[in-house]
Design a protein around this ligand. Structure first.
Ligand code: NDP
Length: 477
């Protein structure tokens, strides 16, 4: 039986998008010189004009952050800093619906996810770090830990406000000030967050937001007034940043790409595992660094599992991201869509077999149907490269050892999943998998108290939890 759903669009009247935005420097919005358009990827409608930050804009933001660090923020007690973080967290909760709608408009992800996952997690990060601000001496990190000074933070487009929270909350809790650059395709929620900083009466210059493109990001990385870099994005840009800061005293955390393996053993509860695989790769259109983009299935259950997966995928609703029924929204940009199309094409030409359920995709906007490839081998590019879209590559194995070897045979090491009924098998497998985060019988679960980060080309350092705090602190005298 299939149900007909009436559309249930969230009202967009709650958001007030200005025709043009400047930067947020020293507690004020300042005008930019050149601008570029930010669009709604579901409709290609131009939402606003965003300022392109120059070297001089970055200079001003770093100067404001340095002044705020020496004159105000480093002089406040942890308890006082914590009060500002609590205030920000509460305002974010009060304005949650506005943030959810704005994020969905600018990013293309379903309102169900921004409303139920992104924005609640954003508030949770501020609450969590507010609690740490006056307890840093007791975190077991070092004797009387001290902030670095000014943190340069560069974030991507897949979880725009959540990545801002992952970066800004620990930086402020530990006494650092911030210059942050959002991604050029998703700046709007960062600019709304700047309003929250004003509303919370955060001292001027503690948070500065300079919008722009890669040149703006590079100006932040290379600025001599920046003491610590926190970056999330592609491995390629992460390598550039590592090269740029080599030989300087700048500290860095790099959260880069992934090609997560979801290993399903033949004793796994199949329906739960199918649900977990769907969540692992189709959550957020697969624009997730820790996505379970490789399914590694035990041979004996492969045919049945793939059949059940297809039945489940046929029920994924693709369409208007503002519709509360939608499961899979728009691809964030034309550029990203082209990249997904190109790599899926490589999968076809290398001999893997593509399958997608029937989907009515709109002519306007950027769309890609949920897709699986079967008959994938280790040599295929779709088994090795990050597609960063709703595309799952399926491989099979016969012995547990083979599963682990296949799962670990990647330059990345960010996430993995294990599905089995046996606790001993789960414990064995999780210890063999070379990934920063390993989930068992679940996937894509996040919590501010839990450290997150990768091995190998997936990056340096951890964000979240006590480990994440240490990246923003140095040993006290
Ligand atoms: P990038 O790594 O290019 O961008 C991430 C951030 O870095 C953005 O704010 C970007 O600005 C900025 N940036 C770009 N070049 C530089 C530079 N030279 N110095 C400093 N900052 C820079 O990722 P993209 O957004 O272009 O996505 C490309 C691919 O990266 C995706 O297809 C995906 O595979 C991967 N990716 C991985 C993510 C993850 O979470 N691990 C997140 C996003 C992407 P701008 O947006 O203006 O270019």
């Amino acid at each position: 039986m299939t149900f007909e759903y009436a559309p249930a669009p969230e009202s967009r009247s709650i958001v007030d998008i200005k025709a043009k935005y400047g930067h947020f420097i020293d507690g004020k919005f300042v005008t930019g010189k050149n601008h570029f358009a930010t669009i709604n990827p579901a409709t290609e409608e131009v939402l606003s004009q965003i300022a392109l930050g120059s070297v001089s804009d970055v200079d001003k933001a770093v100067a404001a952050a340095q002044k705020a660090y020496t004159k105000t923020w480093s002089k406040l007690s942890g308890k006082e800093r914590g009060k500002y973080l609590y205030r920000i967290a509460r305002i974010l909760q009060e304005r949650a619906r506005e943030f959810a709608v704005l994020e969905t408009l600018d990013n293309g992800k379903p309102i169900r996810e921004t409303r139920d996952i992104d924005i609640p997690l954003v508030a949770a990060h501020f609450f969590y770090h507010a609690g740490w601000a006056d307890k840093l001496d007791y975190a077991g990190l070092s004797k009387s830990p001290q902030p670095h000074g000014v943190a340069g933070q560069i974030i991507p487009w897949n979880f725009p406000l959540l990545m801002l929270a992952w970066k800004v909350a620990p930086a402020l809790a530990t006494g650092n000030t911030v210059v942050l650059k959002p991604s050029e395709t998703t700046s709007l929620t960062a600019l709304l967050f700047a309003q929250v900083c004003q509303e919370a009466e955060l001292p001027d210059g503690v948070v500065n937001i300079v919008t722009g493109d890669g040149t703006t990001g590079s100006a932040i990385v290379n600025h001599p007034g920046i003491h610590k870099i926190a970056f999330t994005g592609s491995t390629e840009v992460g390598k550039k940043i590592a090269r740029a800061i080599a030989g300087t005293e700048k500290k860095a955390t790099l959260e880069l790409g992934g090609k997560g393996a979801n290993v399903v053993f033949d004793d796994a509860p199949i329906d739960e595992a199918v649900e977990g695989i769907v969540n692992g790769i189709f959550f957020n259109q697969g624009h997730v660094c820790c996505a379970g983009s490789r399914l590694i299935l035990q041979e004996g259950i492969a045919d049945e599992f793939i059949e059940r997966l297809k039945v489940r995928m046929a029920k994924i609703r693709v369409g208007d991201p503002l519709d509360k029924n939608t499961d899979l929204g728009a691809i964030n940009s034309r550029e990203q869509l082209l990249k997904i199309q190109e790599l899926a094409g490589v999968g076809d030409s290398e001999g893997a077999e593509r399958w997608s359920p029937a989907c009515n995709l709109s002519d306007k906007g950027f769309w890609f149907a949920p897709t699986i490839f079967t008959g994938v081998t280790q040599a295929h590019r779709i088994a090795r490269e990050e597609i960063f879209g709703p595309v799952l590559s399926i491989l099979t194995f016969r012995t547990p050892q083979e599963a682990i070897e296949k799962a670990n045979n990647t330059p990345f090491g960010l996430s993995a999943g294990v599905w089995s009924e046996k606790g001993s098998r789960i414990l064995w497998a999780t210890q063999q998998l070379r990934a920063g985060v390993v989930w068992a019988n679940t996937f894509n679960k996040f919590d501010p108290a839990s450290p997150f980060g990768g091995y190998k080309e997936s990056g340096w350092g951890r964000e979240g939890g006590k480990h994440g705090l240490s990246a923003y602190l140095k040993e006290g005298k």
